[in-house]
Design a protein around this ligand. Sequence first.
Ligand SMILES: [Zn+2]
Length: 178
Amino acid sequence: MSLSRFPCAVCGTLISRRPPDAKRPRHLTCPRCRYMIYDYPRSAAGMLVVRDDRVLLLERAHAPRIGFLDVPGGFMEARETIEGAARRELREETGLTLGKVDSLGFYWDTYFIKGFGRFPVMNFYFAGHWRRGEPVAADDAASAAWVPIASVMRHQKRFAWAHMKPLLRDLAAWAKRA
Ligand SMILES: [Zn+2]
């Protein structure tokens, strides 16, 4: 993986980012003016929709991981609640709205932006039952499909993100309880 660089906010010198080790906040120090920032993780939120024994997955329309399978979700915006962000992303990407949802858990992953580098992401997920309407893929999603939960791991080579494996395992347990 190539290093990527970004300009120091104080003096503009290019600072190199490295892949995060996720053990502790990283310091990034400008080699010229010694300005230091903590490289904290970003937050993302997603929504798993269950209909009978199937879960709603999306095919990604845009880079990164174009054509890979994804869960409705995305980066949180400032001042949103985590659940509000998950509901917004579901609405934007599928047009669906849900009633009551459960918090499913929290999953680490990384994300890469060209020219910025790889950074740690905290992914929060909720799960709820489909109520009405057919999903209409939009925004970051090219298409939507109801995938049987019992056989979802057969598609793991097409999962867009590493954390989808533990996430969908946890969803299977949630669907049995719910
Ligand atoms: Zn500097």
